[in-house]
Write a protein that binds this ligand. Structure first.
Ligand SMILES: [Zn+2]
Length: 435
């Protein structure tokens, strides 16, 4: 969606188990805290198998052991989740932590990036408390996403692990531009607009310089913006190739916002890692994505929210018409792509609808063709693979971050259990304690 963002300061306290004296400095040095989590049922996200009465051993921010035969040493803290189903923290690969649905014109004309910056931390906490311990944030203004990510990493703010894309890379007059207004109306701030190979390369260098973890390209027109046809490509093949080539040179992956069939194919051909939305994909596009292993990140819940709330959200009629046109087709095409074996990762476009509602999309993924296990894998192991964080997040295994959630029931039977997460740990620190 669009272009604004946020940081801030909350406090979190790290519990410390005991203290040792450093031989080198004589200063007290904190030994990593050790915790044992007792899980009634533990989901293995790689296989979908469930182990009863498992133990997860944690030291500092990492998992050191997990399984049914892991002994619990006498001196460690025990967290009792014996009446719960335990699994790795969830991953949302398409968020905008710096936006929240408000009113279209109010947001454009009455809010500044500072408004965005002072509220983003609220959404970050909400997302974490909903069980999403990692997000890939795909587009924010003014590098607020970088500031938020850094504040979370320092421990100043509570929120998920973040990969951030900074400014969306788009064409003049395209989805990332502010369209439909007087040419005399100008907004300040950093621009993510670039036309032609040279401008594109320069913009990507600028984004990487100031903290981008990945690059977000706007390959086609969008829904929640006033430019014309929702599916039209907005970069030439040459421009898309340059985006991916330049990003690759800096070690960055590219996510392509793409609704229309031709733009999707150009982006896949250019070598993007993921297609976001994918609404109007055709059979050839599905085949290309499967062959190349390109991920589809389809936000198949948020139309429900937008269409139900559109009066309040204040979108122009043109945008609502686009939304009506695209919503159902996108879901049918999601089912087709899933059936064809395209790689899927979970991404919701949270920010277009309220943060913390991320898990509502699981039920839609099941409705449109996935098993609950596949939907969970999209938000764990597959998402981790898309982020390049395999074995660090999305699994409960030795060496992975101690990012752990728990629910009361069995999400493999009823995936809506994930909408009611009762326990959240990130990096060995409990952010929501089970009652
Ligand atoms: Zn988006």
């Amino acid at each position: 969606m669009n272009k604004r963002i946020i940081p801030f300061v909350a406090c979190l306290s790290f519990a410390i188990s005991f203290t040792v004296i450093s031989a080198q400095t004589g200063e007290p040095k904190q030994a990593p805290k050790r915790i044992a989590v007792k899980a009634g049922r533990l989901i293995d996200t790689k296989t979908g198998a469930v182990t009863n009465n498992a133990v997860i051993m944690i030291e500092g921010d990492k998992i050191t052991a997990a399984g049914p035969d892991v002994a619990v040493p006498a001196e460690v803290e025990v967290i009792d989740l014996k009446d719960k189903t335990v699994m790795p923290g969830l991953i949302d690969c398409h968020t905008h932590m710096t936006s929240q649905p408000g009113n279209y014109y109010e947001d454009i004309f009455r809010k500044s990036p500072i408004d965005v910056a002072v509220t983003a931390h609220v959404y970050a906490r909400r997302t974490l408390e909903a069980g999403f311990t990692t997000v890939r944030d795909v587009g924010a203004g003014e590098f607020i996403d970088v500031a938020l990510r850094n504040a979370i990493n320092r421990g100043d703010v509570v929120g998920p692990r973040m990969q951030v894309a900074t400014l969306t890379v788009g064409a003049t007059g395209g989805h990332g531009d502010t369209n439909g207004f007087s040419p005399y109306l100008k907004f300040g701030g950093f621009s993510g607009l670039a036309d032609g190979v040279d401008e594109i390369r320069k913009l990507i260098r600028f984004e990487v310089k100031y903290g981008a973890d990945l690059i977000k390209m706007l390959a086609t027109a969008g829904v929640l913006s006033e430019e014309e046809s929702v599916g039209a490509p907005q970069f030439s093949q040459e421009e898309m190739n340059a985006i991916v080539d330049e990003a690759k040179m800096w070690g960055k992956r590219v996510a392509a916002h793409a609704h229309g069939a031709e733009g999707i194919k150009r982006a896949v051909r250019a070598g993007v890692t993921s297609i976001e939305h994918g609404s109007l994909i055709d059979d050839e596009g599905i085949k290309m994505m499967k062959e190349r292993g390109t991920y589809l990140v389809a936000d198949i819940y948020n139309d429900d929210y937008i269409l139900a709330e559109f009066a309040k959200l204040g979108y122009p009629e043109k945008i609502i018409e686009k939304e009506r046109m695209v919503g159902r087709t996108q879901r049918e095409n999601f089912r087709k792509a899933a059936k064809a074996g395209v790689k899927l990762a979970f991404g919701t476009d949270a920010g277009v609808y309220p943060h913390g509602w991320n898990a509502k999309q699981f039920a839609h993924m099941v409705k449109w063709g996935l098993t609950p296990t596949q939907a969970i894998q999209a938000a764990t192991i597959s998402a981790a693979d898309l982020l390049g964080w395999n074995d660090k997040v999305g699994v409960i295994a030795p060496g992975a971050f101690a990012d752990i959630i728990a629910v009361d029931g069995d999400p493999l039977n009823d995936v809506t259990e994930l909408e009611r997460v009762k326990f959240v740990m990130k990096g060995g620190v409990v952010y929501k304690a089970a009652k």
